[in-house]
Ligand binder design. Structure first.
Ligand SMILES: *Cc1c(COP(=O)(O)O)cnc(C)c1O
Length: 467
């Protein structure tokens, strides 16, 4: 593809994207394909000679798009969103075009310095502690792994990094509602998932701080070394908010690393009225949230913040001769701030998004999503056929349908499983489920960039039809 062809094809792709977004509501939200339906249409080997752009584009439209679940569809209410926006996509084009690798300052000073500035902007927008330092990671899973490794090294005076494990018996703590990425990070860090203590939750699905302290005392009495507590602000099942201040006090008292996982709900902290969710954060050690979930910045872009930058760097820094530069003491070399060496230029899309929306624009979007959840919640609350199963702290509503004259939990669970399948089979909405206290729970998240009252009505009307 020469420059002229690129120019022509790129214009065509931008037109395709604009048409796609414009007409996205005519597509089924969830891909309506069978396993291997796509795979079987793809040749077994790569072509010997180059094919035309037209041929590639035709197959993209006919084969690939059919097998896509449309995460940017406004009626995408499943999981948590991975929402995007036009400025974010435009920045990604530039990132791809320049193809820079931001492992150290010298490999592209603008990549390092824009990242530093964007992490400051985000911290300011969210009211994070002023002296904390931020770095962009690929995912919250990676950020949490970094937190746990850093906690491990702080506790052992950086001995496991150099000497490996001896006979230590570390314990870690999170609530029973915590995200699976914590379990995974504990495994990868070599700490053993049996040592991850799951603390019970209250009727709002938030960690019971008193139980946490009891468990820590018990573990200390049994010669264990409590290493890290992971508090969740916005759990994945129901967006429950753990009592951060109380947990932080316990962590301070026993010298335990406190990592705060606000992967999804952290975006809400840009609203002054939601700032309370981070009360006590200044006593924690690390914090993660995902602009790639609910801040209009397309996947991937995770913001990871630490109180003590020195411990993070000491955990990850390895300085081979070929990467040494005279400026190492002066600038941020982000390869030392996490697992990866090579790094994408992710801050560019954050810059485009924050400048294009403006802080007010971002706030009004998030506020609108909270309002939509409230509208839907009110509809459910006013109708005896439905039950709301968790407090609506943000823009997720957890609910179930109560079939008439039915009080058998298993049968109600089954009815809701069937209801969810029917909703999704329409192709008009896409929702997913969880279990809360053994109850099959339908989750409706109003977080896609362009979701509006129209989608709330749509979902409500479908429920009328099926219930
Ligand atoms: C989504 C989510 C994660 C994992 O996020 P990734 O960026 O996909 O790794 C972790 N914790 C919570 C609470 C989440 O909602």
């Amino acid at each position: 593809m020469n420059q002229n062809e690129f120019r022509k094809n790129a214009h065509q792709i931008v037109d395709w994207i604009a048409d796609y977004w414009e007409n996205i509501e005519s597509l089924p939200v969830k891909a309506q394909v069978e396993p291997f339906e796509i795979y079987k249409q793809l040749p077994a080997t790569a072509p010997d000679s180059g094919e035309s752009f037209e041929a590639i584009m035709t197959d993209f439209q006919q084969i690939i798009v059919k097998g896509m679940t449309h995460w940017q569809h406004p009626a995408f209410m499943a999981y948590f969103p991975a929402n995007s926006s036009a400025p974010s996509v435009l920045a990604e084009m530039l990132t791809a075009a320049m193809g820079a690798q931001g492992m150290i300052w010298q490999t592209s000073p603008a990549v390092a310095e824009l990242e530093q500035r964007m992490m400051e902007w985000l911290a300011d927008l969210c009211g994070l502690p002023k002296d904390w330092h931020g770095v962009i990671q690929d995912t919250a899973s990676t950020a949490t792994l970094c937190a746990i490794l850093t906690a491990r090294e702080r506790k052992t005076n950086f001995k496991i990094n150099t000497q490996g494990f001896e006979n230590q018996s570390f314990t870690l703590y999170c609530s029973t509602e915590t995200h699976s990425s914590i379990d995974k990070a504990v495994r990868i860090a070599g700490l053993g998932s049996d040592n991850l203590q799951k603390i019970a939750v209250d009727d709002r699905f938030a960690m019971i701080a008193e139980n946490l302290e009891k468990r820590i005392i018990e573990d200390l009495q049994n010669d264990k070394t409590p290493l890290c507590v992971i508090a969740s602000i916005g759990t994945t099942s129901s967006t429950a908010v753990d009592p951060l201040r109380e947990i932080a006090e316990i962590c301070t008292k026993y010298g335990i690393w406190l990592h705060v996982d606000a992967a999804f709900a952290g975006s809400a902290a840009i609203l002054p009225e939601k700032r309370w969710i981070l009360e006590g954060l200044e006593h924690a050690d690390s914090y993660v949230f995902n602009p790639h979930k609910w801040l209009f910045t397309n996947f991937d872009c995770t913001a990871y913040y630490v109180k003590d930058k020195g411990i993070l760097l000491k955990t990850f820094e390895i300085l081979p001769e070929y990467l040494k530069t005279p400026l190492d003491k002066v600038v941020n070399n982000y390869r030392d701030w996490g697992v990866q060496l090579g790094r994408r230029f992710r801050s560019l899309k954050l810059w485009f998004v924050m400048r294009s929306f403006g802080a007010e624009g971002l706030r009004s979007k998030i506020r609108e999503h909270l309002r939509l959840a409230d509208i839907f919640k009110a509809k459910l609350a006013a109708d005896k056929r439905f039950e709301i199963l968790a407090p609506v702290e943000f823009n997720l509503v957890c609910f179930r349908y109560l079939p008439e004259n039915e009080d058998n939990t298993e049968k109600i669970n089954l009815a809701n499983e069937q209801l969810l399948a029917k909703l999704n089979a329409t192709g008009k909405v896409y929702l997913t489920h969880t279990k809360l206290k053994g109850i099959y729970t339908i989750r409706a998240v109003f977080g896609q960039t362009n979701v509006s009252e129209k989608q709330v009505e749509l979902l409500w009307n479908l429920l009328q039809e099926f219930c």
